[in-house]
Design a protein around this ligand. Structure first.
Ligand SMILES: CC(=O)[C@@H](O)[C@H](O)COP(=O)(O)O
Length: 257
């Protein structure tokens, strides 16, 4: 059972709430996924004259824990301000911290991320930083007070799956005690299974479910895939070998005259 900032959860799937075809599909996808944590963008939902209030009310009604996020923030002060708004709207110290550094790749500005993480942890926030798979940046984030890390496996919305498995495995090996959530870039249930087999504690995804032909069925497929990956990790998998190993015993060979 993973623990994030002292909160135990059963489900290892965290779900985004953007881009669903309808609020009804979103609610049903959340239910089918059995997730206990959803992430909500303060900026996206309150921007452009949209009625953020009604959306936030609907999210509160889902009966799951909310992890507000700073998606769409491109600078430290904007991210910090958005985090403070989120704390008021959702009455939580949790914040998924995004400081975007590039419009095309939506990759994190890791320098700004570390700075914003330091400011926010200093103000009592419990920060879930959306970061790259860079080990040194991960170390800096832990030094800045982050007790959970969220490395990407590919750019947001790309559905590309784990692009750099060895970097993800290295982060896992380097931080055995830090809860690690793969965030962004998962496209298929098999991608989620793969990163869970690396030993990650959980997966956060949005586009692969919201953009699926049937988001509700896909939410359920992801829940099963994540559980299977974790079960396999805990069961102890074989390492791949170059040479064959007979899978049937050779004792008592048949003798052909
Ligand atoms: C919803 C959210 O927080 C996204 O910014 C997140 O990073 C998920 O990425 P995908 O949409 O690629 O799953």
């Amino acid at each position: 059972m993973p623990t994030f900032y002292g909160v135990d959860v059963e489900s290892r799937l965290l779900l985004g709430t953007a881009r669903y075809p309808s609020p009804a599909k979103l609610s049903e996808a959340v239910r089918q996924s059995e997730t206990e944590i959803v992430t909500v963008s303060l900026r996206r939902e309150a921007a452009g004259g949209r009625n953020g209030g009604a959306f936030f009310e609907m999210i509160r009604g889902l009966g799951v824990r909310v992890l507000p996020n700073t998606a769409g923030c491109h600078g430290v002060s904007e991210a910090v301000l958005t985090a403070k708004m989120a704390r008021e709207v959702f009455a939580t110290n949790w914040i998924k911290l995004e400081v975007i550094g590039n419009h095309d790749t939506l990759q994190p500005d890791v320098f700004g991320l570390v700075e914003a993480a330091r400011i926010l942890t200093g103000e009592g926030f419990e920060v879930f930083p959306y970061t790259t798979d860079d080990l040194v940046v991960a170390e800096r984030l832990v030094e800045a007070g982050c007790k959970v890390l969220m490395p990407w496996c590919a750019p947001i919305g790309s559905a590309a799956g784990p692009l750099n498995p060895s970097a993800l495995r290295a982060i896992r090996a380097h931080f055995p005690e830090v809860p690690l959530i793969v965030d962004a870039g998962i496209g298929r249930p098999s991608h989620a299974t793969a990163v869970m087999e690396f030993g990650f504690d959980a997966v956060l995804l949005n586009t692969a479910v919201a953009g699926a032909g049937d988001p509700v069925a896909m939410a359920s497929a992801f829940a099963k895939a994540i559980e299977a990956g974790r079960q396999a990790y805990e069961a102890g998998m074989l390492e791949p070998r170059d040479m064959a190993v007979p899978s049937t015993p050779v004792i008592g060979k048949a003798v052909f005259a």
